[in-house]
Design a protein around this ligand. Structure first.
Ligand SMILES: *[C@@H]1O[C@H](CO)[C@@H](O)[C@H](O)[C@H]1NC(C)=O
Ligand SMILES: *[C@@H]1O[C@H](CO)[C@@H](O)[C@H](O)[C@H]1NC(C)=O
Ligand SMILES: [Ca+2]
Length: 873
């Protein structure tokens, strides 16, 4: 009772807040067979956008229809039955009382704030009879006759929509046609019967409800094939006989949607009460936050569970539900684990809700309940659990129960986005990682063994193992378990093969697996995963504008509630990567500092973010370091930052073994070094020598740069800007392509870094691949996927000038693409380091390895321990 009062109070409080219709607001119906039906679109800020179907009930349809000049709403249709819209989703969680004169007066999240996709676009069907004939929108005529109160007998007698009602038809015996609802029997009513008597009869012998046929067809609405609603008599005719299905049912996408629809919707409810849906059909789940403490955050971790079956969202009965089932749901939502929610609070809310007529249809909307869910907790998806689907009927589904509630625990990298979580950094002692994935929660799987990162070979690789990896990394279960180096090849060791997990392991290293004898697996068999990641809402806080396709454009970000541009000063590939990842658009292929060729949104030209500096691993651009106040002398507009994103990217990796094996010293006479001097391949002290007498001491080595990514590596500069180098008689397409450095053990550069620019080509391609890039005769430059570009130790400039270096222990370092000029899927492997001992006469390189090959601890030892033994690594 107290809760009811609170609710009534809340309504009173809301009333005075009712906004006037904002200027320029309009509503329209799009994509229906006639003007009286379609996807609801609203005009806000000059842009049409759709409405999300969350929490919608018939009141909303009534408001929209009246606003458009129709009598009232016949019904509403969720899940984009009238096709998916484009552009913004302006409204979500819209709650109308039914008496508003405009949709804009209903309660909803702020404009554009939603957790929906266009697959949830709302549609409405308006009754064509009404106070006005035809379509008289409010916009052409400002006054609107007050429509009949939705609960009044007159209105009900003309209303033919389907209303899902909660009924307790025993105690009250109410003759009021407006359902006075206190129990929780769920049934579909057809209220086209004129008299109360027949309606009450209907309560005991429920009938099918009337919906235009095209609304009933399955998940995919195909208006063109079935554009005419059939007469009502036809759809309520004899039912197709139906045998209860047991055992596995075909997955929805494989079955004929119409057949499925017939089974589902035109059911004679008196005969069949239940139908097992078997496996494979509950593919999508969501949580609806209903407690005040769980609302209002972009990332929903707790709420009433809804599952999508054959295009409809349904509630799940909590009888028999336990934490194992919650864990599966959380996994699907991108969360690694679950915990117990406050049962008492939800029970209380539930009881007050079903006692309150105003809320009944919101509860009853999910007229079909999924029941008897049994999961072990190891499943990747609810579809693998035992479930039953109940049909609306006179008997009550879920007697004594209520909707299931789930509370998920986000991974540490997301916990700050949930309502309760404190900021946390992911554990540094991680022993599994994802590499080179285009999006968050995707990538090649690498595990740490004895301080060394290695890959997993793909024999027996499956979703169970992939899910263990995903959970271990703070994501949910796996969406995909990929084999065959689908997300690029690793380097270094291959640690595991034939991995088999039960799904209960907390780390993939606890799963059964086989060691990998040398040469039995190749990196072309490296496994990768795609994990379920939580909907953070972060992708809605950045957008690309003005590009030729959706993957490029000027960057506009939402900061402190305002959209604006980003200062392009120091805007680079790391920042661009974060933006692309935040948008779910893959890798960044370029970062633009000049976007004059793209037009931004009016009103969002101003710079709202400056000094952005990302490490590249952040999950949003707002998370990167930035100026406390905006400082951007170069201004926004055409000078604002932009990005181009791409699904695939190259990945350059240095062959460290070859460097180690090929290094030697040469004392080279100066007269052979004129070209090299001209190209600045010698230390500055060379300039003070008495040319051409004397020599330079050179540390020479071969290097091989492999492209292990999934796109060709191409110089960014177009051919017209390549530089002809007369001395070496070729074009340089990239000014700085590699750094060769000799460092002291404390990291100081001792030999002047030689910055080499190169002519890129496919020196070697493995069998089956064709060389496509060649420097000769101004040929196309680049490195094809799978090929490599080799610089032999005996070519000019392929060295470090160590003439001025004293004997001692050093670190030898080669870095490719050091300025991150060109996009790659992984930059961590672009550095290669060796220990280097120089005794004044000879030089030894040992322990050569890629920058990401070892754990942080081992890398630390490597760099700082002076007396490191030769066979340490
Ligand atoms: C939940 O129920 C399932 C099936 O009845 C059972 O296998 C599982 O162990 C239960 N989990 C918990 C946490 O009680
Ligand atoms: C680093 O080591 C060099 C000699 O190896 C020394 O001259 C220099 O002062 C050291 N720098 C720091 C910051 O320790
Ligand atoms: Ca790389």
């Amino acid at each position: 009772m107290k809760t009811m009062l609170t609710f009534a109070l809340a309504l009173c409080v809301l009333l005075p807040l009712a906004r006037g219709v904002p200027p320029g607001f309009q509503v329209r119906l799009v994509g229906g067979a006639g003007a009286h039906e379609g996807r609801v679109e609203v005009l806000h800020n000059g842009e049409w956008g759709s409405v999300c179907d969350d929490e919608v009930d018939i009141n909303l349809a009534n408001v929209v229809c009246r606003e458009l000049g129709y009598g009232q709403g016949l019904t509403w249709a969720h899940s984009a039955r009238f096709g998916q819209g484009r552009g913004p989703i302006w409204l979500d969680n819209v709650v109308c009382k039914g008496t508003e004169t405009s949709l804009s007066d209903c309660r909803f999240n702020s404009w554009g704030i939603n957790d929906c996709t266009h697959a949830e676009d709302l549609g409405v069907v308006c009754s064509q009879e009404g106070p006005r004939q035809g379509h008289v929108p409010r916009y052409s005529e400002s006054t609107q006759p007050a429509a009949a109160e939705p609960g009044s007998p007159e209105s009900v007698s003309t209303r033919r929509g389907h209303e899902i009602a909660l009924n307790r038809n025993t105690a009250l015996g109410s003759s009021n046609s407006s359902p006075q609802l206190h129990g929780h029997q769920i049934q579909l009513r057809r209220n086209s019967y004129g008299s109360t008597a027949s309606r009450r009869q209907e309560n005991t012998v429920p009938q099918g409800h009337e919906l235009p046929n095209y609304l009933r067809s399955g998940a995919s609405y195909r208006r063109n094939q079935d554009s005419q609603p059939r007469p009502a008599s036809q759809s309520s005719g004899p039912e197709r006989s139906r045998s209860p299905q047991s055992g596995p049912v075909p997955r929805p996408e494989q079955s004929d949607p119409n057949v499925e629809h017939d089974n589902r919707m035109n059911t004679d409810f008196t005969n069949t009460v239940e139908q097992s849906v078997g496996r494979g059909s509950l593919e999508e789940v969501r949580l609806r936050p209903v407690l005040p403490g769980t609302r209002g955050t972009a990332m929903v971790t707790e709420g009433v569970l809804e599952v999508k079956h054959a295009g409809r969202w349904r509630h799940v009965c909590n009888l028999g539900w336990n934490l194992s089932s919650s864990k599966v749901v959380c996994g699907m939502l991108g969360y690694p684990s679950t915990e117990q929610h406050n049962e008492r609070l939800y029970r209380k809310q539930w009881e007050s809700k079903i006692a309150d007529p105003a809320m009944r249809s919101a509860v009853g909307k999910k007229g079909y309940w999924v029941e008897k869910v049994k999961c072990t907790g190891a499943e990747n998806s609810l579809a693998q659990c035992q479930t039953q689907l109940s049909f609306a009927r006179s008997e009550v589904p879920c007697i004594g129960g209520m909707h299931a509630v789930v509370r998920c625990v986000p991974g540490p990298q997301f916990s700050h986005l949930s309502s309760s979580g404190q900021p946390q950094t992911p554990p540094s002692s991680q022993t599994v990682r994802l590499k080179a994935g285009p999006r968050l929660g995707e990538g090649r799987v690498e595990v740490l063994k004895e301080g060394k990162w290695g890959t997993i070979c793909d024999h027996l690789w499956d979703l169970n193992a992939a899910s263990v990896v995903c959970r271990e990394l703070g994501f949910g279960t796996a969406k995909e378990a990929l084999r065959g180096a689908y997300l690029g090849q690793g380097t270094g060791p291959i640690h595991m093969n034939s991995v088999q997990c039960t799904g209960h392991e907390s780390s993939v290293r606890q799963c059964k697996y086989r060691e990998v004898p040398l040469y039995t697996c190749k990196h072309s068999q490296d496994v990768s995963v795609r994990c379920n990641v939580p909907k953070t809402g972060l992708s809605a806080t950045v957008r690309l504008v003005g590009g030729r396709d959706p993957l490029e454009g000027r960057v506009e970000v939402l900061i402190d509630g305002r959209w604006g541009t980003v200062c392009s000063e120091n805007w680079g590939i790391n920042e661009a990567r974060v933006v692309c990842r935040q948008l779910g658009m893959g890798f960044a292929s370029s970062a633009h500092q000049d976007t004059s060729y793209w037009y931004g949104n009016l009103g969002a030209e101003e710079v709202v973010l400056s000094g952005a500096h990302c490490t590249g691993t952040e999950i949003s651009i707002q998370q990167c370091r930035r100026n406390g106040y905006v400082y951007c002398p170069r201004g926004g507009g055409s000078k604002a930052a932009g990005v181009t994103c791409a699904e695939t990217a190259p990945d350059l990796v240095l062959d460290s073994q070859l460097v180690q094996e090929s290094a030697y010293l040469e004392d080279r006479p100066l007269h052979l070094l004129t070209c090299a001097h001209e190209e600045r391949c010698l230390s500055s002290s060379a300039a003070h020598m008495n040319w051409p007498y004397g020599h330079r001491r050179l540390l020479r080595f071969s290097s091989r740069i492999m492209n292990l990514g999934r796109a060709d590596f191409r110089p960014r500069a177009g051919r017209e800007s390549w530089v002809w180098h007369q001395c070496h008689r070729h074009y340089h397409s990239i000014e700085v392509f590699t750094h060769y450095d000799l460092l002291t053990m404390n990291g100081t550069k001792i030999a002047e870094g030689h910055k080499a620019s190169f002519c890129l080509e496919d020196t070697y391609c493995p069998d089956g691949l064709h060389k496509r890039y060649s420097c000769y005769n101004m040929g196309d430059q680049g490195i094809s996927v799978g090929c490599w570009d080799t610089y032999r130790h005996d070519i000019d400039c392929q060295w470090i000038d160590v003439t001025d270096v004293r004997p001692g222990d050093y670190i030898f370092q080669v870095e490719v693409n050091p300025s991150l000029d060109m996009a790659e899927s992984d930059f961590e492997n672009n550095v290669m380091r060796c220990r280097c001992r120089y005794d004044g006469g000879r030089v030894y390189l040992y322990g050569c390895h890629a920058g990401d090959a070892y754990s942080a601890e081992v890398e630390d030892l490597f760099e700082h321990q002076r007396q490191i033994s030769n066979n340490f690594l």
